[in-house]
Design a protein around this ligand. Structure first.
Ligand SMILES: [Zn+2]
Length: 289
């Protein structure tokens, strides 16, 4: 009899205290769920830390993660073209949330017919705020018992993000609002602050430019008095270095925050830290006050 009660109470407590398991794709989604979900959520990132998300392909491990998740948040079909098929074959449409449908998208400049949107929408603070609010409602809907905690976490994170957004306003006053970056990840940020973005690769970091395109970029660096060529952590910096050497300027890292390393995640170096560093680097590159 005693044994039976014990077993039943263990079962009851595991149901009562079962945490919500959430799986996200790109790091910006992970970061929002980590902040808003806090201790109430078991969070998995599908795209491993320290890797370049444009190249990601799901494997059996990803499928296993998804099958035990209560919620799957994807950034959308442009960054994750594999997601539609995976969601369909695993029959998880009812627990999948496509964030691209809940933010303000702009067409990618390579595809002005508007059929392909620029997938780097988290680099507009207005969109990042929308992501936080969406995650807050989602978590409350899935786990209403912890509503107060999600609201509190979301409010605190929104305060941090809006304070950072205010700091970014200073970019509007920069003297030379032209940047050269590794791949076309900064379109939303460029739109928000009136910056012209030149990129070495296209929409994805693995698109290699031709010799003619490289020569053109060297010309732009010289003509526009650009003194920094930006590279990014999870892609080769070879071409950025070549351009900088030819134009006799420096290189620096600018993160599109598509991903971070496992070590950064453990040390809580996240979106806010990296975007604060990015701001300092952009101010230097664009001769700001
Ligand atoms: Zn990208």
């Amino acid at each position: 009899m005693f044994k039976k009660i014990l077993v039943l109470s263990i079962l009851a407590s595991s149901v009562l205290f079962a945490k919500l398991t959430v799986t996200t794709t790109i790091y910006p989604l992970y970061s929002v769920v980590k902040e808003v979900g806090g201790k109430n959520v078991v969070l998995n990132n599908l795209i491993p830390f320290g890797t370049e998300p444009h190249d990601f392909e799901p494997n059996p491990k990803s499928m296993a993660l998804l099958s035990k998740s209560d919620l799957f948040i994807t950034s959308g079909k442009v960054m994750e073209p594999w997601s539609t098929k995976v969601v369909k074959s695993m029959e998880i449409a009812d627990k999948t949330f496509d964030m691209s449908k809940h933010v303000k998208l702009v067409a990618h400049k390579e595809f002005e017919d508007g059929k392909v949107y620029d997938p780097h929408y988290w680099l507009s603070f207005d969109n990042y705020i929308k992501m936080i609010k969406n995650v807050e409602s989602l978590l409350i809907k899935k786990d209403p018992a912890n509503k107060k905690s999600y609201e509190k976490n979301s409010d605190a994170y929104l305060k941090e993000i809006t304070a950072l957004q205010t700091k970014y306003q200073t970019l509007k006053t920069c003297k030379n609002k032209k940047v050269i970056v590794n791949h076309d990840a900064f379109g939303y940020l460029a739109n928000d602050y009136g910056i012209t973005q030149y990129s070495i690769s296209g929409m994805s970091p693995d698109e290699e430019p031709s010799a003619k395109q490289i020569a053109e970029l060297i010309k732009i660096v010289k003509k526009e008095n650009i003194h920094t060529v930006f590279f990014e952590e999870f892609a080769s910096d070879k071409i950025a270095k070549t351009i900088a050497d030819e134009a006799n300027v420096k290189t620096d890292e600018l993160s599109p925050v598509e991903n971070i390393t496992e070590k950064q995640n453990e040390e809580n170096v996240g979106f806010v830290t990296i975007m604060t560093e990015n701001l300092a680097k952009l101010k230097d590159a664009m001769n700001c006050q």
